[in-house]
Design a protein around this ligand. Structure first.
Ligand SMILES: *Cc1c(COP(=O)(O)O)cnc(C)c1O
Length: 498
Protein backbone atom coordinates (compact mmCIF):
# COMPACT_ATOMS: atom_id res chain seq x y z
CA UNK A 1 0.00 0.00 0.00
CA UNK A 2 1.42 3.39 -0.97
CA UNK A 3 1.15 6.30 1.36
CA UNK A 4 -0.86 9.23 0.09
CA UNK A 5 0.85 12.43 -1.15
CA UNK A 6 -0.30 15.53 -2.97
CA UNK A 7 1.48 14.50 -6.16
CA UNK A 8 -0.53 13.33 -9.16
CA UNK A 9 -1.12 9.60 -9.40
CA UNK A 10 -0.86 9.89 -13.16
CA UNK A 11 2.15 12.06 -14.03
CA UNK A 12 1.65 11.51 -17.74
CA UNK A 13 -1.88 12.97 -17.59
CA UNK A 14 -0.55 15.91 -15.57
CA UNK A 15 2.13 16.50 -18.18
CA UNK A 16 -0.47 16.61 -20.93
CA UNK A 17 -2.67 18.96 -18.96
CA UNK A 18 0.34 21.14 -18.20
CA UNK A 19 1.22 21.40 -21.87
CA UNK A 20 -2.35 22.33 -22.66
CA UNK A 21 -2.30 25.02 -19.98
CA UNK A 22 0.85 26.53 -21.48
CA UNK A 23 -0.69 26.43 -24.96
CA UNK A 24 -3.93 27.98 -23.73
CA UNK A 25 -2.19 30.72 -21.79
CA UNK A 26 0.09 31.71 -24.67
CA UNK A 27 -2.92 31.81 -27.01
CA UNK A 28 -4.75 33.87 -24.45
CA UNK A 29 -1.95 36.42 -24.26
CA UNK A 30 -1.38 36.52 -27.98
CA UNK A 31 -5.04 37.31 -28.71
CA UNK A 32 -5.63 39.70 -25.82
CA UNK A 33 -6.15 42.69 -28.11
CA UNK A 34 -9.23 41.05 -29.67
CA UNK A 35 -11.12 40.84 -26.40
CA UNK A 36 -12.85 43.47 -24.31
CA UNK A 37 -10.50 45.07 -21.80
CA UNK A 38 -12.92 44.40 -18.97
CA UNK A 39 -16.50 43.30 -18.68
CA UNK A 40 -18.96 43.09 -15.82
CA UNK A 41 -19.08 39.65 -14.20
CA UNK A 42 -22.53 38.07 -14.61
CA UNK A 43 -24.31 37.28 -11.34
CA UNK A 44 -24.38 33.56 -12.25
CA UNK A 45 -20.59 33.53 -12.39
CA UNK A 46 -20.32 35.21 -9.01
CA UNK A 47 -22.76 32.62 -7.70
CA UNK A 48 -20.59 29.84 -9.11
CA UNK A 49 -17.77 31.04 -6.92
CA UNK A 50 -19.74 30.41 -3.76
CA UNK A 51 -19.39 26.66 -3.67
CA UNK A 52 -19.16 24.55 -0.55
CA UNK A 53 -15.73 23.60 0.76
CA UNK A 54 -14.44 20.69 -1.35
CA UNK A 55 -14.08 17.68 0.90
CA UNK A 56 -13.27 15.04 -1.69
CA UNK A 57 -10.80 15.35 -4.58
CA UNK A 58 -11.92 16.65 -7.96
CA UNK A 59 -10.30 15.80 -11.27
CA UNK A 60 -7.54 18.16 -12.50
CA UNK A 61 -9.31 18.44 -15.85
CA UNK A 62 -12.53 19.57 -14.19
CA UNK A 63 -10.83 22.13 -11.99
CA UNK A 64 -8.95 23.54 -14.95
CA UNK A 65 -12.14 23.64 -17.03
CA UNK A 66 -13.85 25.67 -14.31
CA UNK A 67 -10.93 28.09 -14.28
CA UNK A 68 -11.06 28.48 -18.04
CA UNK A 69 -14.81 28.92 -18.24
CA UNK A 70 -15.53 31.04 -15.22
CA UNK A 71 -12.40 32.80 -14.02
CA UNK A 72 -10.18 33.40 -17.03
CA UNK A 73 -12.87 35.34 -18.96
CA UNK A 74 -13.07 37.92 -16.17
CA UNK A 75 -9.64 39.48 -15.87
CA UNK A 76 -8.91 42.86 -14.37
CA UNK A 77 -7.83 43.78 -17.88
CA UNK A 78 -4.35 45.10 -17.19
CA UNK A 79 -2.79 42.71 -19.70
CA UNK A 80 -4.78 44.46 -22.44
CA UNK A 81 -3.20 47.16 -24.64
CA UNK A 82 -5.94 49.65 -23.73
CA UNK A 83 -5.73 49.36 -19.97
CA UNK A 84 -4.48 52.52 -18.28
CA UNK A 85 -6.26 52.41 -14.92
CA UNK A 86 -4.50 53.32 -11.64
CA UNK A 87 -0.84 52.46 -12.26
CA UNK A 88 -0.77 48.81 -13.15
CA UNK A 89 1.77 46.91 -15.17
CA UNK A 90 0.99 44.59 -18.04
CA UNK A 91 3.13 41.54 -17.33
CA UNK A 92 4.79 39.44 -20.06
CA UNK A 93 4.59 35.86 -21.37
CA UNK A 94 8.14 35.03 -20.30
CA UNK A 95 7.41 36.55 -16.90
CA UNK A 96 4.39 34.26 -16.57
CA UNK A 97 6.46 31.22 -17.47
CA UNK A 98 9.14 32.20 -15.00
CA UNK A 99 6.50 32.19 -12.26
CA UNK A 100 5.93 28.53 -13.02
CA UNK A 101 9.63 27.82 -12.65
CA UNK A 102 9.83 29.70 -9.34
CA UNK A 103 6.76 27.90 -8.03
CA UNK A 104 8.23 24.58 -9.09
CA UNK A 105 11.45 25.12 -7.16
CA UNK A 106 9.24 26.61 -4.45
CA UNK A 107 12.04 27.79 -2.17
CA UNK A 108 11.53 29.87 0.91
CA UNK A 109 13.84 32.79 0.22
CA UNK A 110 14.17 33.96 3.82
CA UNK A 111 17.83 33.02 3.57
CA UNK A 112 20.22 30.11 3.47
CA UNK A 113 22.83 28.93 1.04
CA UNK A 114 20.58 28.33 -1.95
CA UNK A 115 20.47 29.56 -5.53
CA UNK A 116 17.46 31.82 -5.07
CA UNK A 117 19.32 34.00 -2.56
CA UNK A 118 22.13 34.62 -5.04
CA UNK A 119 19.63 35.39 -7.80
CA UNK A 120 17.99 38.00 -5.56
CA UNK A 121 21.36 39.53 -4.69
CA UNK A 122 22.12 39.71 -8.40
CA UNK A 123 18.79 41.38 -9.12
CA UNK A 124 19.36 43.91 -6.33
CA UNK A 125 22.81 44.73 -7.70
CA UNK A 126 21.27 45.30 -11.12
CA UNK A 127 18.60 47.54 -9.60
CA UNK A 128 21.26 49.63 -7.85
CA UNK A 129 23.12 50.02 -11.12
CA UNK A 130 19.96 50.90 -13.06
CA UNK A 131 18.97 53.60 -10.61
CA UNK A 132 22.40 54.96 -9.74
CA UNK A 133 22.57 53.63 -6.18
CA UNK A 134 25.96 52.73 -4.65
CA UNK A 135 26.83 49.04 -4.78
CA UNK A 136 27.32 48.92 -1.01
CA UNK A 137 23.65 49.74 -0.48
CA UNK A 138 21.37 47.04 0.86
CA UNK A 139 17.98 46.13 -0.51
CA UNK A 140 15.23 43.61 -0.68
CA UNK A 141 12.50 42.56 -3.06
CA UNK A 142 9.08 43.01 -1.53
CA UNK A 143 5.45 42.68 -2.54
CA UNK A 144 5.24 46.18 -4.00
CA UNK A 145 5.63 49.89 -3.46
CA UNK A 146 3.54 49.94 -0.28
CA UNK A 147 5.78 47.43 1.44
CA UNK A 148 8.88 49.10 0.01
CA UNK A 149 7.76 52.41 1.52
CA UNK A 150 7.04 50.73 4.86
CA UNK A 151 10.48 49.12 4.97
CA UNK A 152 12.28 52.33 3.96
CA UNK A 153 10.37 54.45 6.46
CA UNK A 154 10.95 51.92 9.24
CA UNK A 155 14.69 52.30 8.79
CA UNK A 156 14.24 56.08 8.62
CA UNK A 157 12.31 56.17 11.88
CA UNK A 158 14.73 53.89 13.71
CA UNK A 159 17.73 55.90 12.59
CA UNK A 160 16.31 59.40 13.11
CA UNK A 161 14.03 59.12 16.15
CA UNK A 162 16.79 60.33 18.44
CA UNK A 163 16.39 57.37 20.79
CA UNK A 164 16.27 53.58 20.53
CA UNK A 165 12.74 53.08 19.20
CA UNK A 166 13.28 49.40 18.60
CA UNK A 167 14.02 48.80 22.27
CA UNK A 168 11.90 51.42 23.97
CA UNK A 169 8.93 51.77 21.62
CA UNK A 170 7.64 55.01 20.05
CA UNK A 171 5.83 56.07 23.21
CA UNK A 172 9.16 56.45 25.04
CA UNK A 173 10.25 59.42 22.96
CA UNK A 174 10.09 62.82 24.62
CA UNK A 175 9.31 64.44 21.30
CA UNK A 176 6.74 63.50 18.68
CA UNK A 177 8.13 62.26 15.40
CA UNK A 178 7.35 64.12 12.18
CA UNK A 179 7.49 63.02 8.56
CA UNK A 180 7.25 65.33 5.54
CA UNK A 181 6.06 65.03 2.00
CA UNK A 182 3.70 66.78 -0.35
CA UNK A 183 -0.09 66.62 -0.43
CA UNK A 184 0.43 64.43 -3.48
CA UNK A 185 2.04 61.63 -1.45
CA UNK A 186 0.67 58.15 -1.99
CA UNK A 187 -1.71 56.70 0.61
CA UNK A 188 0.81 53.95 1.37
CA UNK A 189 3.02 56.57 3.03
CA UNK A 190 0.18 57.47 5.32
CA UNK A 191 -0.41 53.79 6.10
CA UNK A 192 3.27 53.36 6.90
CA UNK A 193 3.24 56.46 9.10
CA UNK A 194 0.27 55.09 11.02
CA UNK A 195 1.86 51.67 11.44
CA UNK A 196 5.18 53.17 12.53
CA UNK A 197 3.64 55.37 15.20
CA UNK A 198 4.11 58.77 13.54
CA UNK A 199 0.35 59.00 13.59
CA UNK A 200 -1.55 60.96 10.99
CA UNK A 201 -0.80 64.06 13.02
CA UNK A 202 2.91 63.41 12.59
CA UNK A 203 2.60 63.59 8.81
CA UNK A 204 3.09 67.05 7.29
CA UNK A 205 1.40 67.38 3.94
CA UNK A 206 3.20 70.25 2.27
CA UNK A 207 1.41 72.13 -0.54
CA UNK A 208 2.52 71.82 -4.15
CA UNK A 209 3.14 74.32 -6.91
CA UNK A 210 1.23 74.57 -10.20
CA UNK A 211 3.17 71.54 -11.44
CA UNK A 212 2.19 69.46 -8.42
CA UNK A 213 5.73 69.54 -7.03
CA UNK A 214 6.39 70.04 -3.35
CA UNK A 215 7.03 73.66 -2.35
CA UNK A 216 10.51 73.46 -0.88
CA UNK A 217 10.34 76.79 0.96
CA UNK A 218 7.10 75.80 2.69
CA UNK A 219 8.69 72.46 3.58
CA UNK A 220 11.72 74.18 5.09
CA UNK A 221 9.49 76.51 7.10
CA UNK A 222 7.44 73.58 8.34
CA UNK A 223 10.56 71.75 9.54
CA UNK A 224 11.76 74.88 11.35
CA UNK A 225 8.36 75.40 12.93
CA UNK A 226 8.30 71.77 14.12
CA UNK A 227 11.72 72.10 15.69
CA UNK A 228 10.49 75.17 17.56
CA UNK A 229 7.40 73.29 18.72
CA UNK A 230 9.48 70.41 20.06
CA UNK A 231 8.82 67.86 17.38
CA UNK A 232 11.51 65.50 16.12
CA UNK A 233 11.63 65.84 12.32
CA UNK A 234 12.76 62.48 10.91
CA UNK A 235 12.22 62.08 7.24
CA UNK A 236 11.27 63.77 3.99
CA UNK A 237 9.49 61.76 1.31
CA UNK A 238 10.10 62.86 -2.25
CA UNK A 239 7.81 61.86 -5.10
CA UNK A 240 9.46 60.46 -8.20
CA UNK A 241 6.23 60.16 -10.15
CA UNK A 242 3.36 61.23 -7.91
CA UNK A 243 0.40 58.95 -8.23
CA UNK A 244 -2.16 61.56 -9.33
CA UNK A 245 -0.25 63.32 -12.05
CA UNK A 246 3.22 61.76 -12.42
CA UNK A 247 4.78 64.92 -11.00
CA UNK A 248 8.40 64.60 -9.92
CA UNK A 249 9.55 66.68 -6.97
CA UNK A 250 12.82 68.59 -7.19
CA UNK A 251 14.73 65.64 -5.80
CA UNK A 252 18.11 67.37 -5.86
CA UNK A 253 16.75 70.25 -3.77
CA UNK A 254 15.14 67.81 -1.35
CA UNK A 255 18.43 65.94 -1.01
CA UNK A 256 20.21 69.24 -0.26
CA UNK A 257 17.61 70.17 2.33
CA UNK A 258 17.77 66.78 4.02
CA UNK A 259 21.56 67.01 4.14
CA UNK A 260 21.42 70.47 5.67
CA UNK A 261 18.70 69.52 8.17
CA UNK A 262 20.09 66.07 8.93
CA UNK A 263 16.90 64.33 7.84
CA UNK A 264 16.40 60.97 6.16
CA UNK A 265 15.54 61.33 2.48
CA UNK A 266 13.15 58.68 1.24
CA UNK A 267 12.03 58.61 -2.39
CA UNK A 268 8.74 57.03 -3.41
CA UNK A 269 9.51 56.15 -7.00
CA UNK A 270 6.88 53.44 -7.36
CA UNK A 271 6.70 53.92 -11.10
CA UNK A 272 8.62 57.13 -11.78
CA UNK A 273 11.98 55.81 -10.59
CA UNK A 274 12.10 53.59 -13.65
CA UNK A 275 12.26 56.69 -15.85
CA UNK A 276 15.99 56.41 -15.09
CA UNK A 277 16.13 53.55 -17.60
CA UNK A 278 15.34 55.89 -20.49
CA UNK A 279 18.28 58.17 -21.36
CA UNK A 280 15.90 60.96 -22.44
CA UNK A 281 13.97 60.82 -19.15
CA UNK A 282 16.78 60.19 -16.70
CA UNK A 283 17.40 63.89 -15.98
CA UNK A 284 13.82 64.15 -14.67
CA UNK A 285 14.65 61.95 -11.69
CA UNK A 286 18.09 63.33 -11.05
CA UNK A 287 18.72 63.57 -7.30
CA UNK A 288 16.91 60.29 -6.69
CA UNK A 289 20.26 58.54 -6.43
CA UNK A 290 21.04 60.65 -3.36
CA UNK A 291 18.15 59.16 -1.38
CA UNK A 292 18.78 57.31 1.88
CA UNK A 293 16.08 54.88 0.83
CA UNK A 294 14.37 54.40 -2.50
CA UNK A 295 11.13 52.48 -2.99
CA UNK A 296 9.98 51.38 -6.42
CA UNK A 297 7.87 48.79 -8.15
CA UNK A 298 8.90 46.19 -10.67
CA UNK A 299 5.32 45.13 -11.40
CA UNK A 300 4.34 48.54 -12.72
CA UNK A 301 6.63 50.01 -15.36
CA UNK A 302 8.92 46.97 -15.62
CA UNK A 303 5.89 44.78 -16.34
CA UNK A 304 7.10 41.98 -14.07
CA UNK A 305 4.10 39.83 -13.13
CA UNK A 306 2.54 40.72 -9.78
CA UNK A 307 3.89 40.99 -7.10
CA UNK A 308 7.31 42.61 -7.26
CA UNK A 309 8.59 45.75 -5.61
CA UNK A 310 11.98 46.76 -4.28
CA UNK A 311 13.52 48.99 -1.68
CA UNK A 312 17.16 50.07 -1.67
CA UNK A 313 18.78 51.50 1.46
CA UNK A 314 22.01 53.43 1.41
CA UNK A 315 22.97 52.40 4.96
CA UNK A 316 23.08 48.62 4.94
CA UNK A 317 23.91 48.17 8.63
CA UNK A 318 21.04 50.40 9.75
CA UNK A 319 18.73 48.53 7.42
CA UNK A 320 19.83 45.19 8.85
CA UNK A 321 19.51 46.39 12.43
CA UNK A 322 15.89 47.35 11.79
CA UNK A 323 14.75 43.86 10.85
CA UNK A 324 17.27 41.45 12.33
CA UNK A 325 15.10 40.24 15.21
CA UNK A 326 15.61 36.52 15.08
CA UNK A 327 15.04 33.30 16.99
CA UNK A 328 17.21 30.35 17.92
CA UNK A 329 15.29 28.31 15.37
CA UNK A 330 16.70 30.65 12.69
CA UNK A 331 20.36 30.64 13.61
CA UNK A 332 22.95 30.83 10.85
CA UNK A 333 25.79 28.43 10.39
CA UNK A 334 29.21 28.44 8.72
CA UNK A 335 28.46 25.39 6.65
CA UNK A 336 25.49 23.63 5.16
CA UNK A 337 22.17 25.11 4.09
CA UNK A 338 22.06 27.47 7.09
CA UNK A 339 25.16 29.25 5.80
CA UNK A 340 25.07 32.19 3.40
CA UNK A 341 25.89 35.80 4.13
CA UNK A 342 22.56 37.42 3.33
CA UNK A 343 19.39 36.46 5.14
CA UNK A 344 16.66 38.44 3.46
CA UNK A 345 14.35 37.73 6.39
CA UNK A 346 16.58 40.19 8.28
CA UNK A 347 15.96 43.03 5.83
CA UNK A 348 12.18 43.10 5.78
CA UNK A 349 8.96 42.09 7.46
CA UNK A 350 8.52 38.64 5.95
CA UNK A 351 10.29 35.52 7.15
CA UNK A 352 8.89 33.21 4.50
CA UNK A 353 9.39 34.78 1.11
CA UNK A 354 8.69 33.69 -2.44
CA UNK A 355 11.27 33.44 -5.21
CA UNK A 356 10.10 36.68 -6.81
CA UNK A 357 13.65 37.42 -7.90
CA UNK A 358 13.54 34.78 -10.62
CA UNK A 359 10.96 36.52 -12.80
CA UNK A 360 12.95 39.76 -12.52
CA UNK A 361 16.24 38.05 -13.30
CA UNK A 362 14.80 36.23 -16.30
CA UNK A 363 12.96 39.29 -17.61
CA UNK A 364 15.99 41.56 -17.38
CA UNK A 365 17.98 38.98 -19.30
CA UNK A 366 15.20 38.48 -21.80
CA UNK A 367 14.86 42.15 -22.72
CA UNK A 368 17.94 43.93 -21.43
CA UNK A 369 17.44 47.20 -19.58
CA UNK A 370 17.80 49.25 -22.78
CA UNK A 371 14.56 47.83 -24.16
CA UNK A 372 12.76 48.65 -20.94
CA UNK A 373 14.08 52.17 -21.33
CA UNK A 374 12.70 52.39 -24.87
CA UNK A 375 9.25 51.13 -23.80
CA UNK A 376 9.16 53.55 -20.87
CA UNK A 377 10.20 56.42 -23.10
CA UNK A 378 7.52 55.46 -25.62
CA UNK A 379 4.84 55.42 -22.91
CA UNK A 380 5.84 58.98 -22.01
CA UNK A 381 5.66 60.02 -25.67
CA UNK A 382 2.22 58.44 -25.84
CA UNK A 383 1.15 60.46 -22.80
CA UNK A 384 2.34 63.62 -24.58
CA UNK A 385 0.45 62.63 -27.69
CA UNK A 386 -2.72 62.11 -25.67
CA UNK A 387 -2.24 65.38 -23.77
CA UNK A 388 -1.64 67.25 -27.05
CA UNK A 389 -4.79 65.81 -28.61
CA UNK A 390 -6.78 66.74 -25.52
CA UNK A 391 -5.46 70.28 -25.58
CA UNK A 392 -6.29 70.61 -29.26
CA UNK A 393 -9.86 69.41 -28.73
CA UNK A 394 -12.88 71.44 -27.67
CA UNK A 395 -14.51 68.37 -26.20
CA UNK A 396 -11.82 67.69 -23.64
CA UNK A 397 -9.86 69.63 -21.08
CA UNK A 398 -6.46 68.77 -19.65
CA UNK A 399 -6.66 69.12 -15.85
CA UNK A 400 -2.98 68.86 -14.91
CA UNK A 401 0.39 69.04 -16.61
CA UNK A 402 1.51 65.62 -17.87
CA UNK A 403 5.27 65.56 -17.28
CA UNK A 404 5.54 61.77 -17.36
CA UNK A 405 3.09 58.99 -18.21
CA UNK A 406 -0.06 60.17 -16.42
CA UNK A 407 -2.71 62.29 -18.14
CA UNK A 408 -5.63 63.77 -16.17
CA UNK A 409 -8.46 65.24 -18.20
CA UNK A 410 -12.20 65.44 -18.56
CA UNK A 411 -14.95 65.69 -21.10
CA UNK A 412 -16.37 69.20 -21.15
CA UNK A 413 -19.54 70.86 -22.32
CA UNK A 414 -20.14 74.62 -22.30
CA UNK A 415 -23.61 74.34 -20.72
CA UNK A 416 -22.48 72.26 -17.79
CA UNK A 417 -21.64 73.49 -14.31
CA UNK A 418 -18.66 72.10 -12.38
CA UNK A 419 -20.95 69.80 -10.43
CA UNK A 420 -22.64 68.58 -13.60
CA UNK A 421 -19.27 67.99 -15.26
CA UNK A 422 -18.17 65.89 -12.28
CA UNK A 423 -21.29 63.80 -12.61
CA UNK A 424 -21.00 63.53 -16.36
CA UNK A 425 -17.39 62.38 -16.21
CA UNK A 426 -18.02 59.93 -13.41
CA UNK A 427 -20.72 58.38 -15.53
CA UNK A 428 -18.46 58.45 -18.55
CA UNK A 429 -15.78 56.55 -16.66
CA UNK A 430 -18.22 53.73 -15.90
CA UNK A 431 -19.60 53.75 -19.45
CA UNK A 432 -16.11 53.52 -20.89
CA UNK A 433 -15.15 50.61 -18.64
CA UNK A 434 -18.43 48.84 -19.36
CA UNK A 435 -17.93 49.31 -23.09
CA UNK A 436 -14.88 47.06 -22.88
CA UNK A 437 -12.99 49.44 -25.19
CA UNK A 438 -10.58 50.86 -22.63
CA UNK A 439 -10.04 51.21 -18.91
CA UNK A 440 -8.90 54.41 -17.27
CA UNK A 441 -9.45 55.34 -13.62
CA UNK A 442 -10.22 58.60 -11.87
CA UNK A 443 -8.93 61.08 -9.38
CA UNK A 444 -9.70 64.61 -8.23
CA UNK A 445 -7.55 67.46 -9.46
CA UNK A 446 -8.18 70.75 -7.66
CA UNK A 447 -11.50 69.31 -6.56
CA UNK A 448 -12.59 68.34 -10.06
CA UNK A 449 -13.39 64.81 -11.11
CA UNK A 450 -10.70 63.75 -13.57
CA UNK A 451 -10.35 60.82 -15.92
CA UNK A 452 -6.87 59.56 -15.24
CA UNK A 453 -4.80 57.65 -17.77
CA UNK A 454 -1.59 56.10 -16.44
CA UNK A 455 0.45 54.42 -19.14
CA UNK A 456 2.69 51.59 -17.96
CA UNK A 457 1.79 49.29 -20.81
CA UNK A 458 4.22 47.77 -23.30
CA UNK A 459 1.36 46.64 -25.56
CA UNK A 460 -0.17 50.07 -26.12
CA UNK A 461 0.12 51.65 -29.57
CA UNK A 462 -0.31 55.31 -30.27
CA UNK A 463 -3.58 54.76 -32.17
CA UNK A 464 -5.07 53.19 -29.04
CA UNK A 465 -5.40 56.73 -27.72
CA UNK A 466 -7.31 57.77 -30.83
CA UNK A 467 -9.70 54.95 -30.00
CA UNK A 468 -9.91 56.15 -26.39
CA UNK A 469 -10.79 59.74 -27.31
CA UNK A 470 -13.19 58.72 -30.06
CA UNK A 471 -15.04 56.40 -27.68
CA UNK A 472 -15.16 58.96 -24.89
CA UNK A 473 -16.39 61.55 -27.34
CA UNK A 474 -19.19 59.28 -28.56
CA UNK A 475 -20.18 58.24 -25.05
CA UNK A 476 -20.01 61.85 -23.92
CA UNK A 477 -22.25 63.06 -26.73
CA UNK A 478 -24.74 60.30 -25.98
CA UNK A 479 -24.76 61.17 -22.28
CA UNK A 480 -25.62 64.72 -23.17
CA UNK A 481 -28.52 63.71 -25.38
CA UNK A 482 -29.68 60.93 -23.12
CA UNK A 483 -28.19 61.62 -19.73
CA UNK A 484 -28.47 58.83 -17.18
CA UNK A 485 -30.72 59.92 -14.37
CA UNK A 486 -31.21 63.49 -15.57
CA UNK A 487 -32.27 65.18 -18.76
CA UNK A 488 -30.01 67.68 -20.38
CA UNK A 489 -32.31 70.43 -19.20
CA UNK A 490 -32.20 69.19 -15.60
CA UNK A 491 -28.46 69.26 -15.71
CA UNK A 492 -28.35 72.73 -17.18
CA UNK A 493 -30.88 74.06 -14.65
CA UNK A 494 -29.29 72.39 -11.68
CA UNK A 495 -25.91 73.63 -12.77
CA UNK A 496 -27.08 77.23 -13.39
CA UNK A 497 -25.26 77.15 -16.69
CA UNK A 498 -22.67 79.84 -17.06
C1 LIG B 1 1.41 52.26 -6.78
C2 LIG B 1 2.09 53.23 -5.92
C3 LIG B 1 2.47 52.90 -4.61
C4 LIG B 1 2.10 51.59 -4.00
O1 LIG B 1 2.69 50.52 -4.67
P1 LIG B 1 2.02 49.07 -4.65
O2 LIG B 1 2.91 48.28 -5.51
O3 LIG B 1 0.64 49.25 -5.23
O4 LIG B 1 1.97 48.62 -3.24
C5 LIG B 1 3.17 53.83 -3.88
N1 LIG B 1 3.47 55.04 -4.40
C6 LIG B 1 3.13 55.39 -5.64
C7 LIG B 1 3.53 56.74 -6.16
C8 LIG B 1 2.42 54.51 -6.45
O5 LIG B 1 2.08 54.86 -7.70
Amino acid sequence: MTEETLDPTNWEAMRQLGHRMVDDMLDYLRTVRNRPVWQPIPPETKQLLKQPLPIAPQAHEDVYREFREHILPHPMGNIHPRFWGWVIGTGTPFGALSEMLAATMNPNVGGGDQGAVYVEQQVLDWCKEMLGFPSAASGILVSGGSMANLVGLTVARNKMAGFDVQTEGVAAGSRKLALYGSVEMHSSIQKAAEILGFGREGVREIPVDANFRIQIDVLAASIAEDRRRGYQPCCVVGNAGAVNTGAIDDLGALADLCEAENLWFHVDGAFGALAALAPDLRPLVSGMERADSLAFDLHKWMCIPYEAGCVLVRHAATHHRSFSASGAYLSHAKRGLSAGDTWFSEYGVQLSRSFRALKVWMSLKEHGCARYGRIISRNVQQARYLADRIEASERFELLAPAPLNVVCFRFVHPDYSEAALDELNENLLALLQESGVAVVSSTRIDGRFALRTAITNHRTRRDDFDVLLRTLDELGQQSIVEPCGATRMDVALDGAAT
